[in-house]
Design a protein around this ligand. Structure first.
Ligand SMILES: C[S@@+](CC[C@H](N)C(=O)[O-])C[C@H]1O[C@@H](n2cnc3c(N)ncnc32)[C@H](O)[C@@H]1O
Length: 269
C-alpha cells in the first residue's frame, strides 16, 4: 500500500514537488524522529532485546531439563529478514576468510568502520583504517571503536599510508569513489605496501546504475581483471548478484577480488 502511494506521488509532477520539496522533507524528517525516534531509541530497543535473549539463553540452556541439540539462531531472525539479506555482509566474510591471527591490515575508505570492527579486528593485531571524510572517521571512532584499530582521516592518494607494510590491504566498496587518474597511483602504492605474501582484497559494484557519487565504473569481472593484471600475478574474481533497496527492487552485481604475487599462496589454495 505505502509503496503504491510512494510510486503514485513520485509519478505525479505536482505531488512530487509538494511532498519532496526541501521544506516538506524537513518536516517529514522530524515527523519520523518524533514517531520512531533516533539512535537513542534504537539503543533502548536493542538493550531490551539483549535482556530478552539473555533470558532465552537461561530458559533454553540453563534451566531446561536437557539443553537443546541445536542452536536456533533466533537472535539473527530480525537481522536477516529477506532470504538474500546475508549477501549485504558477504564482503566482510570475503576478507575474514583470508585473515590470519596477528595480521596487520590496512582498510582504505573504511567509512563507518563497521567491517574493520566486526569482521577484521578479532584476528588482526593492528588495523589502520583510513578515510578522507572526517564525519566517517568520527562516526567510526565513536561507534566502532576497538583498541587495535587506528582510525585516521587522510586522503589515501596523496598522503603516505600510516605503515610501511601490511599483510592485508582492503579496498571495499570504495575504488569507484576514487578518480580514474588516481587508480594507477593507488594500485602501485598498494602493491608496494604489501608484504611478500600479502593479499590485496576488496569489492565493488558492477554496472553504471548504482553509484551516484562514483567517478569510475566497471561493467564486468574481465574489466577488473584487466585493471589488476598490471600489478598482481594472481587474481581471483567472483561476482554475486542480490536484490537491494527498500522493496528489493534493484539487483546489485557485486564483484569481489583477491590479488597477490606469492606463488606460495597460490599453491596453498
Ligand atoms: C562506499 S564507502 C565504503 C565504506 C566501507 N569500506 C564499506 O565497505 O562499507 C567509500 C568510502 O571511501 C572514502 N574515500 C573516497 N575517496 C577517498 C580518498 N581519496 N581517500 C580515502 N578515503 C576515500 C569515502 O569517504 C567513503 O567513506
Amino acid at each position: 500500500m505505502l509503496r503504491k502511494i510512494y510510486k503514485f506521488i513520485r509519478s505525479n509532477f505536482i505531488l512530487e514537488k509538494i511532498f519532496f520539496s526541501d521544506f516538506s522533507k524537513f518536516l517529514l524528517k522530524y515527523l519520523e524522529l518524533i514517531i520512531f525516534g533516533g539512535r537513542k531509541r534504537r539503543k533502548l530497543v536493542n538493550k531490551i532485546q539483549d535482556l530478552q535473549f539473555n533470558s532465552k539463553y537461561r530458559y533454553d540452556w540453563i534451566f531446561s531439563k536437557e539443553p537443546p541439540h541445536f542452536y536456533d539462531f533466533e537472535r539473527y531472525e530480525s537481522v536477516f529478514v529477506n532470504s538474500t539479506d546475508y549477501c549485504k555482509l558477504l564482503k566482510g566474510y570475503h576478507v575474514e576468510d583470508i585473515l590470519k591471527k596477528g595480521d596487520k591490515l590496512l582498510d582504505i575508505g573504511t567509512g563507518a568502520g563497521f567491517f574493520a570492527k566486526k569482521f577484521f579486528s578479532n584476528k588482526c593485531s593492528t588495523i589502520d583504517a583510513i578515510d578522507i571524510d572526517e564525519t566517517a572517521i568520527n562516526y567510526a571512532r565513536k561507534y566502532n571503536f576497538s583498541k587495535n584499530i587506528n582510525y585516521v582521516i587522510q586522503d589515501a592518494v596523496d598522503k603516505p599510508f600510516p605503515s610501511k607494510k601490511y599483510n592485508v590491504i582492503v579496498w571495499d566498496g570504495a575504488i569507484g569513489h576514487f578518480h580514474k587518474e588516481t587508480t594507477d597511483k593507488m594500485l602501485t602504492k598498494i602493491s608496494d605496501h604489501l608484504t611478500e605474501d600479502g593479499i590485496f582484497v576488496g569489492s565493488e559494484n558492477l554496472g553504471r546504475e548504482e553509484g551516484h557519487d562514483h567517478f569510475q565504473f566497471w561493467d564486468n569481472l574481465e574489466e577488473l581483471r584487466y585493471l589488476f593484471e598490471g600489478y598482481f600475478k594472481y587474481i581471483e574474481l567472483k561476482e554475486v548478484q542480490y536484490p537491494i533497496g527498500n522493496y528489493n527492487n534493484f539487483t546489485r552485481k557485486e564483484a569481489y577480488w583477491k590479488c597477490y604475487n606469492s606463488k606460495i599462496i597460490k599453491e596453498q589454495k
